[in-house]
Design a protein around this ligand. Structure first.
Ligand code: ATP
Length: 303
């Protein structure tokens, strides 16, 4: 099993008595993409800022690469890449100057392969402020990964980008994952999180209310996949396939409706039953609960 690169234990951050982050613990394995998902004000950025060493937690412990963030900031900065806010760079600074400034800090050369990969080579002599939002986002991402960090932290990496640039950035994030970069991202974009992440931590009102893979989170909050079956002939015995993982919920028009937490067992049992009863399926619909539905349920529960 991969070791944990990030260990967060009982982290809290209070602002004037308001608990922005309230006693959360989570662990991220090396090579994993972990997303903090939560509505506005849930505490995502505050959590990231504690991990980055930018703000001091009120309570708790954060270890990155086996070292405590609070007293090993120099080591942490070597192993961590943080995507700056696009507004953090001066508008009149040339792209080449901005990149040299940060790569110089880490004592690494100009990352030509990264510049080509991000199609930034042609923009090196332009002022940062003259670039489009998507190009600026690529510059700050190039700066974050130039020193090949083990851990990359991204806060809303694609917010405000058009679909094409979003997909381009998703590809880059997927490539970084293949290269075994551990990635922690904060987002409220459900589709992005579902596509990119191995595991998700759902933050609501500063509390971590669920941690798991997108599938695990959906399954834990729902009755399972909804399966609707239309049969060639009437079959009152169809309900008998029910067991621990298969529930019958009645008929909607000509469809028998089941909920199953084990799709493999559901199909196997169904096919066996139909063989015995000499019946056939004329239509089948499967409806998996979306992460969005689950997220709404989770946030409603916590309000
Ligand atoms: P968003 O998705 O809107 O960016 P978020 O999940 O990143 O939200 P945070 O920015 O971490 O949420 O904020 C969590 C809570 O802490 C909010 O109620 C916010 O108002 C409060 N907060 C954040 N920073 C400060 C600060 N510097 N001083 C006082 N309160 C703060």
């Amino acid at each position: 099993m991969n070791r944990f690169l990030v260990e967060v234990r009982n982290l809290s951050k209070d602002y004037n008595g308001h608990k922005a982050v309230d006693d959360i613990s989570f662990f991220i394995k090396e090579g994993e993409v972990f997303a903090l998902l939560g509505p506005n004000g849930a505490g995502k950025t505050t959590t990231l800022e504690c991990l980055e060493g930018l703000i001091k937690p009120t309570k708790g412990e954060i270890l990155i690469d086996n070292k405590s963030v609070s007293n090993n900031l120099n080591h942490i900065r070597k192993v961590m890449g943080v995507q700056l806010q696009s507004s953090a760079l001066p508008k009149d600074m040339k792209v080449s100057e901005a990149i040299k400034l940060f790569t110089g800090y880490h004592n690494v050369g100009l990352p030509h392969n990264i510049l080509e990969r991000f199609k930034l080579t042609e923009h090196m002599n332009k002022c940062y402020g003259s670039l489009s939002v998507g190009q600026q986002r690529k510059v700050v991402l190039a700066i974050a990964i130039a020193h090949k960090p083990k851990l990359l932290i991204l806060d809303e990496p694609t917010a405000g980008l058009d679909v094409v640039t979003r997909i381009e950035l998703h590809k880059i994030i997927e490539e970084l994952k293949k290269e075994n970069t551990t990635i922690l991202l904060a987002s409220h974009d459900m589709a992005e999180v579902e596509k990119l992440s191995d595991r998700i931590g759902v933050l609501v009102n500063g509390k971590l209310v669920k941690v798991g893979s997108p599938l695990e989170i959906s399954a834990s909050m729902n009755k399972g996949n909804k399966i609707m079956i239309k049969l060639n002939e009437e079959d009152i015995g169809i309900k008998d396939i029910c067991c621990e993982s298969i529930k019958y919920s009645g008929q909607i028009e000509e469809y028998h409706v089941f909920y199953s937490t084990d799709i493999n067992n559901m199909l196997f049992t169904l096919v066996n039953h139909l063989k015995e009863s000499n019946n056939i399926i004329t239509d089948l619909k499967v409806d998996r609960p979306s992460l969005e539905d689950t997220f709404i349920k989770l946030t409603e529960q916590e309000v």
